[in-house]
Design a protein around this ligand. Structure first.
Ligand SMILES: [Zn+2]
Length: 353
């Protein structure tokens, strides 16, 4: 028995070491303050246009050091995005060496400058909103001579953006990790542990009544009704729920990490969107994220003021003439969970008999 305990302890220590050594440092110093983590990977953002955020924002004051958590080849350049109709976006990258003398582009994209490290596995670690002007001669030299950069090196400094968001000065880096197949990995799955003991919240549930037309001009929206849990919902076309998550000590709302929808009647499979490991680029965001509507309940005024929509609306599709229960479960990154169930009734109103 004792032998097994020792063996188990050894195996446990070994696994612990393996996992511990795999966790990367965050690229800016974590300060444990309430506004450190901003928009996350699974977030649908509306800044002028709409797109999937795909990386993690980490708030840090302008001038803060950005330190690469991995070793590898270095690249830098300006970038911008073009929207795709599916809600994803296409990046246009202007490498540093090709833009050295292009003052017009440098001015236009002043705060959209990226330094990236490509590690030995082919993963690309991108740090956005780096100050191009403050780039050191060492880093500039490494880019020009293709010199390898070691983990722990300061590769840049956070640029000042004078951007107010979420009630704070939102200077930050946007941190993307992209594997060699182009999949966006969730930085929370790769990086040292961040505390989160608070489950996500489902704040409101709404439904689109069958055959109702768009009534509200705001954002070309449709008219939705709010509904409480355990209330019967008659003939909805679909449900929309509002959910959000907060990490412990963090005051900026985050999108949830896993959304799971199950139907208890008929042969309807569960619908799951799982962003815990990363973001698949092969689905249309409009399937699940729902931003374009207004709500006919004064208790839920939809406020889209400001440059970022910090409310997260998820659409729950319903089979035609569905009659039965629907359960919505949302999880945050740590697996903290919140569940709500709804009863949907179908009546053929054209034929009362
Ligand atoms: Zn961002």
């Amino acid at each position: 028995m004792f032998k097994y305990v020792i063996l188990f302890t050894c195996v446990y220590a070994f696994l612990n070491q393996v996992f511990a050594s795999e966790l990367l440092d965050w690229p800016v110093k974590l300060n444990n303050e309430s506004h450190q983590f901003g928009a996350n990977l699974s977030q649908f953002v509306e800044i002028g246009s709409k797109y999937f955020h795909a990386g993690q924002d980490i708030v840090a004051s302008a001038g803060s050091e950005v330190i690469t958590p991995v070793s590898g080849r270095i690249e830098a350049g300006y970038y911008e995005y073009r929207d795709l109709p599916t809600g994803h976006s296409e990046k246009i990258f202007y490498p540093l060496l090709e833009t050295m003398n292009d003052l017009v582009l440098q001015t236009r994209l002043r705060t959209f400058f990226e330094v990236a490290i490509i590690d030995d596995e082919g993963r690309r670690f991108e740090f956005h909103h780096i100050d191009a002007v403050k780039m050191t001669m060492d880093i500039r030299g490494a880019i020009i001579t293709n010199k390898r950069i070691e983990a722990g090196t300061v590769v840049g400094h956070v640029v000042s953006r004078e951007l107010n968001q979420f009630g704070i000065l939102y200077d930050h880096i946007h941190y993307n990790v992209i594997d060699k197949n182009g999949k966006y990995l969730n930085p929370f799955a790769l990086s040292s542990e961040v505390k989160d003991e608070i489950p996500p919240k489902i704040k409101g549930v709404f439904y689109k009544e069958e055959n109702t037309l768009a009534k509200c001009k705001l954002h070309n929206g449709e008219f939705l009704k709010s509904v409480k849990e355990n209330t019967e919902i008659l003939n909805p076309e679909y449900l929309v729920f509002e959910a959000e998550d907060y990490l412990s000590n963090n005051k900026i709302a985050q999108a949830v990490t896993i959304i799971d929808i199950s139907y208890d009647q008929g042969d309807v499979p569960n619908l799951t969107y799982d962003f815990s490991k990363g973001l698949e680029l092969d689905f249309d965001i409009r399937e699940i994220y729902y931003g374009k509507f207004c709500i006919g309940d004064p208790a839920y005024p939809l406020n889209l003021k400001g440059s970022v929509n910090t409310k997260f609306y998820y659409k729950v599709p319903l089979p035609l003439a569905y009659d039965g229960g629907v359960t919505v479960s949302v999880y945050d990154f740590k697996g903290n969970k919140t569940v709500k169930s709804f009863k949907i009734s179908y009546k053929d109103l054209r034929n009362p008999f």
